[in-house]
Write a protein of this length. Structure first.
Lengths: 355, 347
């Protein structure tokens, strides 16, 4: 553990295999996605949502309805009965994306990244504002719902059909999907028997098989190993080469740096930065490092323990050294005494012979 | 690759040539960044109208907008393979966690019917007006389960699949349709068992004999009408439960009332005649109970399978009514569902 490691917070993961990788520059085409003043508000039904989510910095308010007195009387237990909160997750975001771009979205937890991605995929209806796209966006989430009781084979069929392929097209792509996911004969077992990495790989393989115009990836690459990352990077480049666009939400800033050409930084539901990958990534890293004092108490205690242990080891070593020196001194003294005694004995003997 | 920040790059023609960003200079913010706080929110360099014009110029299509009805239907028809695979897969997955597996699709209604036959047919003798009460109750229970399961399944078909709705893009009507279709696929083996029990019950003493006749060929038609009707119900339930999840808690009670009011286990119409209310209201109550859709479908299936029963003569009126109810519910249900299309998956 070096000093630099201690500064790393949970939000800034660096994956060694991504170091030094960079996304290929591709020629940019016409705009393919226009987001205009997007606001997404979702309802949370249930009482405790407000407090919990507010801690994360999200803006939440109770739905205000004019309630007559008798109704308020009836709704005395409103906190637990029929409470509805609203989470204003995305608050006015506008941007334009072109064909062939690969866009990363960064931001701390709860900043509205995933919600925005869903909204621009057309999967979460916005409160106001609009999203315009060319082609069909396809979102790949960590928990994209496939059926865990059924075999991977069946899931490939369901996923492919849901993406708009015909059964024949799915059969044609079947081998390619299995190979890309690298799950081998596991494809004939129910998906609930898969490891989380295998599940994520299969989902990625399925949703990118349809070669979508706009591919959106939400934290889905986190579970893969290095080889899989290499393959998914190649797949992303492929989508971009076909004039497709890629969106990537990830906590690993190095993954973003390795796979994106442009980065959007979201904070509390708003876009705070939008630019070339290195510029934004550097600013974001700086921001995250500055959050260091926010280190959790457990982490601080652990650090203290570690320091104490180091101290103890050093003390012990010093003591041992001292003892060693002491012993050496004693040994020298003893030698000296012995020498003296010998000398005295010689003197005595000399005196003896003299007299 | 430096972001275009000059104000003269706002225009549409210039925007095409701007590199990665259309937002106002982030570079300055990055440089000056007091690292502790994030930079202030960006003010976009284009106005809303300009962005909309840009979208229009490049022929981009707005998302989250309900498609016109005709286009929606075409899209839906194109997804028939998806509906079919989803239906058979869910039907298969439903019983996959049991040792007896798919056998439960048949065992479950048999046990259900056995309970009702024992309590209402043998102990309480509520169906004493019927000559073969076993056949009467078994047909009622098996067919009513189809309606009940369609309503509860349709109710959950949207609200229970939020994750799927938030991951994939397809006409949402796929979900209620495939839910009812999956129930139909599990119903088919159950119907075979139902026919077998009905036939065998005739061999018991004091129960009337049941014969296989050409009329039995009409059974698929009756089931098909029911299927269309159930799909309509599932559409309506899906829409309302998606916006108000509380309805789901009330459904079991409503479905139980409908069960007793539809003559599933005893001929409810003959009980109305014994009520002590004025003749006029008796006629109204009796008419409603007799011609409401669930009662009509039960009548159709019973009239097909139990010809010896004088209570269920073949009736052209009932067939017409069955068809009318099916079409009316399906069309209304579909339109009701379509009108909520852009809102599913919000909560």
């Amino acid at each position: 553990m070096t000093e630099a490691d201690e500064h790393m917070d949970f939000d800034l993961e660096i994956e060694p295999e991504d170091e030094g990788e960079e996304a290929l520059e591709t020629e940019l085409g016409d705009p393919c996605l226009v987001v205009d003043d997007l606001h997404v508000v979702y309802r949370v039904i249930g009482g405790r949502a407000k407090k919990e989510a507010e801690k994360q910095g999200a803006e939440i308010r109770e739905v205000k309805v004019k309630v007559p007195f008798y109704k308020r009387l009836l709704q005395a237990g409103r906190k637990h009965v029929g409470a509805v909160s609203e989470v204003h997750a995305v608050r006015g975001v506008s941007f334009t994306v072109r064909h062939g771009e690969s866009v990363g979205i960064v931001g701390i937890n709860g900043s509205g990244k995933s919600t925005m991605l869903r909204a621009i995929a057309g999967l979460m209806p916005p409160r106001s504002g609009s999203v315009h796209v060319s082609g069909e966006p396809s979102l790949l989430g960590v928990n994209a719902a496939l059926m865990p009781q059924l075999s991977g084979e069946r899931n490939i069929m369901i996923g492919g059909l849901a993406l708009g392929l015909t059964p024949k097209q799915v059969e044609e792509k079947f081998d390619e999907v299995v190979e890309f996911a690298g799950i081998g004969d596991f494809v004939y077992l129910p998906m609930k028997t898969y490891s989380s990495g295998m599940g994520a790989r299969l989902r990625f393989a399925i949703s990118s098989a349809a070669s979508p115009d706009i591919l959106m990836i939400d934290e889905a690459l986190a579970t893969g190993d290095a080889a899989f990352k290499e393959r998914s990077k190649a797949r992303i480049e492929e989508v971009r080469a076909k004039a497709g666009t890629v969106f990537l939400v990830s906590h690993s800033i190095s993954t973003i740096e390795a796979m994106c050409t442009r980065v959007l930084w979201m904070h509390q539901g708003k876009l705070v930065m939008d630019g070339p990958v290195h510029e934004v990534a550097d600013a974001y890293k700086k921001f995250i490092r500055a959050q260091k004092p926010g280190m959790g108490p457990a982490r601080r205690r652990a650090l203290q323990r570690k320091r104490a242990a180091e101290e103890a080891v050093r003390k012990k070593a010093e003591e041992a050294e001292q003892r060693l020196a002491e012993a050496e001194r004693k040994a020298q003294e003893a030698e000296r005494k012995a020498e003296e005694a010998e000398r005295r004995a010689q003197e005595a003997a000399a005196q003896g012979t003299a007299s | 690759m430096v972001s275009g920040s000059a104000p003269d790059q706002i225009g549409i023609s210039r925007t095409v040539s701007t590199p990665t960003t259309d937002a106002a200079a982030p570079a300055g913010a990055a440089a000056s960044g007091s690292a502790k706080t994030p930079p202030p929110p960006l003010v976009p360099s284009t106005t809303s109208a300009e962005r909309l014009a840009l979208a229009k110029k490049y022929g981009l299509r707005p998302l989250n907008v309900r498609p016109p009805l005709g286009e929606y239907i075409r899209d839906l028809v194109g997804r028939w393979a998806f509906i079919r695979v989803l239906a058979t897969s869910t039907a298969y997955a439903r019983n996959q966690n049991n040792y007896l597996g798919q056998l439960w699709a048949v065992l479950n209604p048999i046990l259900n019917a056995a309970v009702y036959v024992l309590i209402f047919g043998v102990l309480l003798k509520l169906s004493r007006d019927v000559d073969n009460s076993i056949a009467f109750i078994v047909i009622g229970v098996f067919m009513y389960r189809f309606v009940e399961a369609s309503v509860t399944g349709g109710a959950k078909s949207i609200s229970g699949k939020t994750q799927l709705l938030r991951s994939l893009h397809f006409p949402r009507a796929v979900l209620p349709i495939s839910t009812v279709l999956s129930l139909l696929t599990t119903l088919i083996p159950a119907i075979v068992v139902m026919c077998a029990i009905t036939l065998l019950s005739g061999f018991l003493p004091t129960y009337e004999m049941i014969h296989v006749t050409w009329w039995w060929l009409l059974l698929p038609a009756a089931v098909a009408l029911m299927w269309i009707f159930n799909t309509g119900l599932a559409f309506i339930m899906a829409r309302f439960v998606a916006s108000t999840p509380d309805i789901e808690n009330v459904l079991p009670f409503v479905m139980r009332v409908v069960m007793y009011a539809s003559g599933v286990i005893f001929p409810v119409v003959s009980y109305v005649e014994r009520l002590e209310i004025p003749e006029a209201s008796k006629a109204v109550v009796g008419g409603v109970l007799e011609y409401q859709p669930v009662a009509v479908y039960l009548y159709l299936v019973r009239s097909v399978l139990m010809q010896e029963e004088e209570m269920f003569p073949h009736s052209g009126l009932m067939w017409v009514l069955g068809a009318v109810w099916a079409v009316v519910f399906f069309v209304i249900g579909f339109v009701v569902f379509w009108r909520g299309e852009e809102r599913y998956g919000r909560d």
